[in-house]
Design a protein around this ligand. Structure first.
Ligand SMILES: Nc1ncnc2c1ncn2[C@@H]1O[C@H](COP(=O)(O)OP(=O)(O)O)[C@@H](O)[C@H]1O
Ligand SMILES: [Mg+2]
Length: 839
């Protein structure tokens, strides 16, 4: 038996969209068939039925069109792609309705507000890899941000992990040949929740990609985008544009800029540091609770919130740029009233960055357009508020905040605002003459029909005569059976009911036709006029994007000023003298969550001479990890342009921050192994420079004591002798405190505790010198271990200390280590032998 025409149409379309679930519009439903139906039924828990009979019987699962968004969201979250096939015309009298795919929805190509998180970007990534070279591009079609970059790294996959950690893409395009690269694919799967989309290789080829970009941007050269000399970046960027065009089934006209990232402009922040410093997600449950982002994000707009996350993960290295931001914060901090006024206006601003994208794809509504108008009205007001400010960044923001009065006027003239009378119309009266005429005739027609009832009642003398409307007959006159004798001759009978008959008259039908036709024309014309308004707005896309970005920046700066005021932060002094000097520094997150004790500030001084490597000891829970992280966070905050939680901070600009945490502490990693810890340590030793800050928190812990100690010792030695990076090293190996007598750049510090009557009390003060004892048993007591156990532990400890040649104070073992001669000139090979540990 041959298939029905509709099913033939389905198979034809499906052939072109094999890797997507095809949502096939049939009347008020989106139907899925065959394998798609089985999958959808299983994934969405909806009934699997069938269509047709006999050999034509095919599995079917459908969802009502009005609820389709939520179903699509769920499928996309699960990593599927959904192709939306619409009816492209009104159903014709004969034959089959035309259908076509209007869009393919994938995790990385979403535009709808309902499918996105307002606080986060939704990036699509593309990558190319050639030996040690890596080309990357990221685009968020919902905000029109588009970046590309090229890097060279001995370990391109580790580097990829680092850059992806900053953008956290939801989908990644990979040339088909790279799908075979197992290391790459498993790295992506392990670290990110993203859809991997293999994409045809030719889309990534240089010539093809370059042409795609030239055509898309309508330019003759890519010079102004700065990517001409980065072929791999360009290849990735070209593939992204092709893919977006395919999924949107048309040009992606909202994307009008491509920014080439020069990675040297930003501080290196690898995935482990982003995780360990809890910048965006906490280590406990991956939520933003207790993160630096949470402390810093009191922005008024979603645009500001998204940009803040970008700033946070891209700390600057250029002192001029850092100081520009700090100047802005400083000026806004001084002007409390101004800040309040800006805040007040910003809270009213709509998310015009995403809204203009929706307008570009005509996936928008009246509310969006009105939101744009309201926001554009605020823009000159905000700009005026900045008239009195003087610093460069606020000046730039002020000049970017142009109000686009022509757009405001257009929207104002054309679109009925929500607050005005309830109406189904969207276009204002007086905007279009034809529309006004049509509306007047509809009104007249309706008036005539409305008056007809009483007129006919009078003419016929039938008091119960009614004029009504239904979808089948249109307008009709209804007369009850009892009154049928009085029906005039010109009434034409249409329908007989139990108690009544329905009639029409030629005059009634004439007016009806007028009303209905005009009504259709009005709908049509309104849609056309609305589309024209959208087109005129689209012509200003780039200007609106500039305004959106200026608002986002201002939002962040005001927010930084507000936080500085509220939490008592101060302006850091940026230098290049390789010295870090923090007076009364605090941990920005912990100071807000410690409840039952005040947060104790601490001073830290580091340089590249005799305060390069600080060894920090102290009992468990004393505050070692806190002082380490707080130092890193203060440096990072300064480099994103924020004030810092310290009384005074003079900070040399860092090129990289590395943070490593001993395997036992790092509870979140599934592969919480010593191996990971060592791999990460190896990265530091390979990549750190004199301008870096290294945070080592109890490394070596994940292995046997002597292995761990030896490794920790050797790592410290290597950093000291070969790198010269400022390093904070918290350790429970008291033996390491002996390092200061061999390495000139090393200093011992400990976190003071007081002991009285066998109980310890945490003082939280960092003081010079090594901790004298480990206080493990006292801490155990504090934690509530039964005293029988702690007493017994004390006995055992005393025994061991007496017997062991390896005493806690460590003097003996360090004397032994010292005797081991160090071979010079082992700069690279040391690392290898170091980590060739077997276990
Ligand atoms: N400077 C401080 N002021 C107040 N409380 C602190 C301070 N430093 C640490 N704490 C508290 O002590 C807890 C343990 O600190 P942590 O740095 O993890 O200790 P360690 O790494 O030495 O075991 C923190 O969670 C915090 O509650
Ligand atoms: Mg700790």
């Amino acid at each position: 038996m041959s298939k029905t025409p509709m099913m033939q149409q389905f198979y034809e379309v499906k052939r072109k969209y094999k890797d997507a679930i095809l949502f096939f519009r049939v009347g008020d439903f989106y139907e899925t068939f065959e394998a798609d139906a089985k999958l959808v039924s299983k994934e969405l828990d909806i009934v699997l039925t069938a269509r047709g009979a006999g050999t034509n019987r095919v599995p079917l699962a459908g969802v009502p069109y009005h609820a389709v968004d939520s179903y699509i969201t769920r499928l996309i979250r699960k990593g599927y792609k959904v192709a939306i096939c619409e009816q492209m015309e009104e159903p014709p009298a004969k034959g089959i309705v035309k259908r076509d795919v209007v869009r393919v929805m994938t995790a990385g190509t979403l535009i709808e507000d309902s499918l996105l998180n307002a606080k986060e970007n939704n990036y699509l990534a593309a990558l190319v890899m050639e030996k040690s070279k890596l080309g990357l591009a990221f685009a968020d079609i919902s905000t029109a941000e588009f970046y590309c970059m090229q890097v060279q790294d001995e370990d391109p996959i580790a580097r990829l992990l680092m850059e992806f950690s900053r953008f956290d893409p939801k989908e990644c395009l990979i040339p088909e040949y790279l799908m075979k690269n197992e290391a790459l694919i498993s790295m992506l799967n392990q670290n990110f929740e993203l859809t991997i989309s293999p994409y045809e290789e030719f889309q990534f080829s240089y010539d093809h990609a370059k042409n795609t970009l030239l055509e898309h941007f309508q330019v003759l050269s890519l010079e102004s985008f700065g990517c001409e000399s980065s072929p791999l970046a360009l290849q990735a960027a070209g593939a992204i544009i092709s893919y977006l065009q395919e999924t949107q089934r048309g040009p992606v006209q909202n994307i009008q800029q491509l920014k080439t990232y020069h990675l040297d402009d930003y501080m290196f922040l690898d995935a482990a540091s982003i995780r360990n410093l809890e910048l965006i997600k906490n280590m406990r449950d991956g939520s933003p609770n207790g993160t630096l982002l949470q402390v810093l994000s009191h922005t008024n707009t979603s645009m500001g919130r998204r940009l803040l996350q970008n700033w946070l993960l891209h700390p600057l290295q250029n002192p001029t740029h850092i100081n520009e931001r700090l100047d802005g914060v400083s000026e806004l901090k001084e002007h409390t009233l101004l800040r309040a006024e800006i805040n007040e206006l910003l809270t009213q601003a709509a998310d015009i960055e995403r809204l203009i994208s929706r307008i570009n794809y005509k996936r928008t509504n009246v509310k969006d357009v009105l939101g744009l108008k309201e926001t554009l009205i605020l823009v000159p007001q905000i700009s005026n508020l900045l008239n009195t400010t003087t610093c460069a960044i606020l000046n730039r923001i002020r000049t970017s905040l142009k109000g686009l009065p022509s757009i405001v006027q257009l929207i104002d003239a054309a679109i009925i605002s929500e607050s005005s009378e309830k109406t189904t119309y969207i276009i204002k009266q007086g905007y279009n003459e034809d529309l006004d005429k049509l509306r007047i005739s509809v009104k007249d027609g309706k008036k005539f029909i409305g008056e007809l009832e009483s007129k006919e009642q009078r003419r016929t003398g039938i008091k119960s005569l009614k004029v009504r409307f239904n979808k089948v007959f249109g307008y009709y006159i209804e007369v009850t059976k009892a009154n049928l004798d009085s029906v005039p001759k010109d009434y034409i009978r249409k329908q007989t009911l139990v108690n009544a008959e329905r009639f029409i008259t030629p005059e009634l039908k004439e007016y009806e036709a007028l009303v209905l036709n005009n009504q259709d024309q009005i709908t049509e014309l309104e849609k056309q006029l609305f589309d024209e308004v959208l087109d005129q707005i689209c012509a200003h896309t780039q200007e609106i994007q500039v305004i959106a970005n200026a608002l986002a920046q201002l939002d962040i700066l005001v927010n930084f000023a507000e936080i500085a005021q509220r939490y008592n932060y101060n302006r850091p002094q940026m230098t290049n003298n390789l010295t870090i000097e923090i007076t009364e520094g605090r941990h920005p997150v912990i100071e807000q969550i410690v409840m039952n004790e005040p947060f104790i500030p601490n001073d830290i001084r580091m340089d590249c001479e005799n305060h390069m490597l600080l060894i920090i000891t102290g009992p468990n829970m004393a505050g070692k990890s806190t002082i380490l992280r707080q130092t890193a966070l203060i440096c990072l905050m300064a480099q994103i342009g924020s004030f810092v939680p310290a009384k005074k901070a003079t900070l040399s600009i860092l090129d990289r921050i590395f943070t490593r945490i001993g395997a036992v502490d790092d509870l979140t990693r599934r592969q919480s192994t010593f191996m990971v810890e060592m791999l990460e340590t190896a990265t530091i030793l390979n990549q750190a420079t004199q301008k870096s800050l290294i945070i080592l928190d109890e490394i070596g812990r994940g292995t046997a004591t002597f292995d761990g100690l030896s490794i920790a010792w050797a790592v410290a030695e290597y950093i000291h002798d070969n790198i010269g990076a400022k390093t904070l090293f918290a350790t429970h190996y008291h033996e390491l405190t002996e390092l200061d007598s061999f390495l000139s750049g090393t200093q011992n510090y400990n976190i003071a505790v007081a002991e009285s009557h066998g109980k310890i009390h945490f003082l939280r003060k960092v003081v010079p010198g090594a901790a004298s004892k480990s206080y493990g048993i006292q801490v155990a007591k504090l934690a509530g271990l039964p005293s029988v156990v702690t007493e017994r532990a004390k006995e055992i400890l005393t025994q061991i200390e007496q017997q062991s040649q390896f005493q806690l104070a460590g003097t003996k073992i360090s004397r032994e280590i010292r005797k081991i001669p160090k071979k010079k000139s082992l700069k690279t090979s040391t690392q290898k032998t170091l980590f060739d540990v077997e276990y």
